[in-house]
Design a protein around this ligand. Structure first.
Ligand code: AVI
Length: 329
C-alpha cells in the first residue's frame, strides 16, 4: 500500500486571486519597459502546451536531461545516498523523478511540490502505482516561497531538493541566488540540491529551441494573453501580438517578448494600456550557464557544486549542490 498524505494547504501569492492578478498585470504593463511575470504562462492550457514544447525536436533541454538521467541515474542515486527524503520543486509529470526513484536506496518519502492541484494529483497517482512502497507526501504550494514540509514517516539521513528542467534559469540571477539560499535553508545541514541547468552553447541552437517550427512555443506565449482575457476580462486581441524569443549573448539568456503588431489600446480593468507598433512586453528569461557561471551563482547562495553530470556535447547539466561549508569536509 502506498501512503499518500492529504494535500497540504498552500498560501501562495505567486498565483494571486483574480483581483490581485489585475493589479499585477496593471503594474507590469505600467512599467517601462512593459513586463509580465512568466508564471502567468501556466494555466491548464499553458501547462499542456509546455508539455508539447518538451516534445518538439528543437527543444533539446528535456531530451538531454532525460538522456543524462537515463545514463547516470545509478551514479546520481549513489551520490545522494540512502534514506533520502526527496522533495521535488515543480513536480510536473515527474518523468525524470521516476528514473531517480528507481535507483534510490530506501528513500524515506517523496514530496512533490506543485502549485497546480490537478497536475499534482495526476503525478501522485502515477507514482503511487509505480512505487507502491514509497510514502508520498504531496504539497500543493508555491516552491518559490518558504515551504512547510510535511513530517516524514521516519527520520531521513538527508533531505534532497530536486529541481530539474533548468527552471532555475527562469529567475534572473539575483532571484535565482535568493531561491537557492531559501532551498539551502530547507535542506538543512546534511542536505543537498539536485538541479538541472541548461548550458551555454551555439546561440542558433538555443534560439531554435524557443522558436520551434511547429509554432508551439509561440502558442504558449500568446496563451498568456488568452488567460488574462478570461481571468481579468482584458481585451487583448491575440492576432495583434507576436511571439519573439531571441538570445542575448551579453546576458547569456533567451529573452521572450510579446510584441504589438500595430498601434493599439488594450483595456485592462479600468485602465487603457497604449501600445506602439513593435512595442514589446517582456514575459520570460531563460538563463543559460557555463559551468563557471553556475558555480558562481551557487556560491552566492552559500552552496558548492559537489558533482556535475553532463553529456559529451555539453548541452545540459545535472548538478549536485551541498552547503559550501560541507563540501570542504
Ligand atoms: C520551464 N522552463 C525551464 C522553460 C524554459 O526553457 O525556460 C519554459 C519555456 N518557455 C518557453 N519554452 C520553454
Amino acid at each position: 500500500m502506498s501512503s499518500v498524505q492529504p494535500f497540504g494547504l498552500s498560501d501562495d501569492d505567486r498565483r494571486p486571486p483574480s483581483s490581485d492578478l489585475l493589479e499585477v498585470v496593471q503594474r507590469g504593463l505600467g512599467a517601462r519597459p512593459k513586463r509580465l511575470p512568466s508564471w502567468l504562462f501556466y494555466d491548464e492550457r499553458g501547462s499542456a502546451l509546455f508539455e508539447r514544447i518538451c516534445e518538439q525536436p528543437e527543444y533539446y533541454l528535456t531530451r538531454c536531461e532525460i538522456a543524462l538521467m537515463d545514463e547516470h541515474a545509478a551514479d546520481i542515486a549513489g551520490a545522494l545516498g540512502s534514506d533520502v527524503r526527496l522533495v521535488e520543486y515543480g513536480s510536473g509529470n515527474a518523468h525524470k523523478t521516476r528514473m531517480l526513484l528507481e535507483h534510490l536506496r530506501a528513500p524515506v518519502t517523496y514530496v512533490p511540490v506543485e502549485i497546480s492541484p490537478e497536475p499534482l494529483r495526476q503525478s501522485v497517482e502515477r507514482l503511487a502505482t509505480a512505487f507502491p512502497q514509497l510514502p508520498l507526501q504531496p504539497l500543493c504550494a508555491d516552491f518559490s516561497k518558504p515551504l512547510r514540509l510535511p513530517i516524514p514517516p521516519r527520520a531521513p539521513r538527508r533531505t534532497v531538493l530536486y529541481f530539474p528542467g533548468s527552471t532555475i534559469g527562469n529567475f534572473d540571477n539575483r532571484s535565482a541566488a535568493a531561491l537557492l539560499r531559501k532551498m539551502r535553508n530547507e535542506m538543512g545541514d546534511a542536505g543537498g540540491i539536485l538541479i538541472g541547468a541548461d548550458l551555454k552553447k551555439d546561440p542558433a541552437l538555443i534560439e531554435a529551441a524557443y522558436n520551434d517550427r511547429a509554432g508551439v512555443t509561440a502558442e504558449f506565449t500568446l496563451n498568456m494573453l488568452a488567460r488574462l482575457n478570461r481571468e481579468i476580462g482584458s481585451n487583448f486581441e491575440l492576432s495583434a501580438f507576436a511571439h519573439r524569443s531571441h538570445y542575448n549573448p551579453m546576458a547569456g539568456r533567451i529573452e521572450t517578448h510579446l510584441v504589438s503588431r500595430r498601434e493599439q489600446q488594450v483595456k485592462v480593468g479600468r485602465v487603457n494600456v497604449p501600445f506602439r507598433t513593435d512595442e514589446a512586453i517582456q514575459v520570460e528569461y531563460s538563463c543559460k550557464y557555463s559551468l563557471e557561471d553556475f558555480a558562481a551563482l551557487t556560491a552566492r547562495a552559500g552552496l558548492a557544486v559537489q558533482r556535475v553530470w553532463t553529456d559529451p556535447q555539453r548541452m545540459f547539466s545535472v548538478q549536485y549542490l551541498v552547503r559550501a561549508s560541507m563540501s570542504a569536509r
